[in-house]
Design a protein around this ligand. Structure first.
Ligand code: HEM
Length: 473
């Protein structure tokens, strides 16, 4: 699918009454691919093939959607230049579930800038990143060394969801507050599941209604936590909630309101937990399919010569050169967030295509990550494609540099993922602890994807058979 540079016509839909039929069929095909084991991207791939263009038009649930391959230069312009006539747009259901103030959903550039500055300056300061790595290492060690040692078979996705949830909650509300959020993991899951559901808010028992009810319980818990902190004047420095509440008390220019804080706490959990757990799961799967790479990574991990009951630091993670490449390659192959939606605020041209006001342009990262013109042998898991990426100069880019720079796993421009360093830290730590304690292989090779999942993931959750290192070496 090398479509870069090609600007074919944006095939118009049939006219008149046939258009309704076409819209209905497109929606039905989209929902059918979601509800099948092939995953929702099947819908997109088949349309690229049909239209033989980097851009095609479809209609889902009454909205016109344009898919634009991120291989096309116009796509990176849309992401990085953030032209004022485009705004980020998730489905209405996402805004209902995450809240009107969620950084993921706010469409106004000014509101977004304010929320992003408030969150980025508090959350991602260097000391909090080191503390986060230490907390995640404690959780991963507890899981892999203490719990997995007595098991022969484990399901990676379940375990990864559990520890990413706990790590993110601890970062947001501290270890004490995480106790209040711990019982709400199933509610967070219900909100995630509802994000792609049909918005049947008045029909009892629907996924969307369950998601809204779950959001209410999470918001109530966050309100209680904030009230308790205010009551006891209990605003420590070391978690995000305290920092945001302090700023509010002090009237800081980057302060968020109570509602903005609550919506964004939920957003960070949703944006960070399932994405990272899914990425960890795919990484484990790719490495069970590529045992030589698994062994090479293990050699690097043992070569770090960390002694005794060590805890991993950011400096240790910096030494995991091949590990880092494996993380990047897993992210490329899995492309957890397949496309990034933007809405046109007026009629305009994109890559020679006429786009009308209110159409959604989805910038498709997956087609870029599997484009052979950009990534050599894109269906092969090969961390060494990034060898030599940090070397050379900008004028004459080597192939590895080109491949590294075109990666779009965390988006680009002003809406780039706020948690990308945290996600990479979690993946590297998990990888290191698994490699240094076990060899593993898949216990069930069924490639089917989970139906109706927000991000593509294996239906079986990636069950693996573990062999402790000291038994097999
Ligand atoms: C492997 C894991 C992750 C992946 C693949 C991922 C991917 C992405 C992508 C592609 C975007 C941009 C979407 C767009 O432009 O439309 C994004 C945005 C975002 N991500 Fe992540 N993410 C991950 C983990 C995390 C974590 C751990 C957090 C925080 C705890 C997080 C918080 C956010 C936030 C707040 C945004 C919105 C940024 C904005 O709009 O300014 N993500 N993520």
């Amino acid at each position: 699918n090398d479509y870069s540079g090609v600007a074919g016509p944006l095939v118009p839909p049939p006219a008149g009454a046939w258009r309704w039929l076409w819209q209905w069929r497109e929606t039905a095909a989209f929902l059918a691919s979601h509800g099948s084991g092939r995953g929702f991207y099947h819908f997109v791939r088949t349309r690229y093939l049909r239209h033989q263009s980097p851009c095609f038009r479809t209609a889902v649930l009454g909205r016109v959607h344009v898919f634009l391959s991120a291989s096309h230069p116009a796509a990176s312009h849309l992401l990085t230049a953030q032209p004022p006539h485009f705004a980020k747009r998730y489905a209405r259901t996402a805004a209902d579930l995450l809240g009107a103030h969620s950084i993921l959903c706010c469409t106004s550039h000014a509101h977004h800038r304010h929320a992003r500055r408030a969150l980025a300056t508090t959350l991602f300061a260097a000391p909090s990143t080191a503390a986060f790595a230490a907390a995640f290492d404690r959780l991963a060690t507890d899981l892999i060394i203490r719990h997995w040692t007595i098991r022969h078979q484990v399901v990676v996705l379940d375990a990864a969801l559990e520890i990413t949830y706990r790590a993110i909650c601890e970062m947001l509300v501290g270890r004490g507050g995480a106790g209040r959020l711990a019982p709400l993991q199933s509610d967070v899951f219900a909100v995630t599941q509802a994000m792609l559901a049909l918005p049947l808010r008045w029909v009892p028992g629907t996924r969307f209604r369950r998601g809204l009810a779950a959001r209410k319980r999470i918001m109530a818990a966050l309100r209680e936590e904030m009230a308790a902190r205010r009551h006891h004047q209990h605003l420590h420095d070391d978690d995000l909630l305290s920092l945001l509440m302090q700023r509010r008390q002090l009237g800081h220019p980057d302060a968020l309101t109570e509602e903005q804080i609550q919506d964004n706490m939920l957003t960070l959990i949703i944006a960070g937990q399932v994405t990272t757990a899914t990425a960890i799961t795919w990484m484990v799967k790719y490495l069970s399919d590529n045992r030589l790479i698994q062994d090479k990574l293990r050699a690097e991990a043992f070569g770090l010569e960390l002694k005794g009951d060590y805890s991993l630091t950011l400096q240790d993670l910096n030494g995991m050169d091949y590990g880092y490449k494996a993380v990047k390659e897993s992210l490329r192959m899995a492309t957890i967030v397949s496309w990034f939606p933007r809405v046109a605020l007026k009629d305009c041209q994109v890559a020679g295509f006429h786009i009308k006001k209110d159409w959604i342009v989805n910038i498709d990262a997956r087609s870029l990550h599997y484009d052979p013109a950009v990534f050599d042998n894109p269906t092969v898991f090969d961390p060494s494609r990034f060898n030599g990426e940090g070397e050379g100069d900008d004028v004459k880019l080597g192939r590895a540099q080109q491949q590294g720079r075109r990666l779009l796993v965390f988006g680009a421009g002003g809406r780039t993922c706020l948690g990308m360093n945290l996600a990479k830290i979690m993946m590297l730590i998990f990888l290191h602890r698994l490699l240094t304690n076990f060899r593993w292989e898949m216990a069930d090779d069924d490639p089917s994807l989970e139906k109706w999942a927000m991000f593509p993931r294996l239906k079986n959750g990636c069950p693996i058979l573990l062999t402790p290192i000291h038994d097999s070496s």
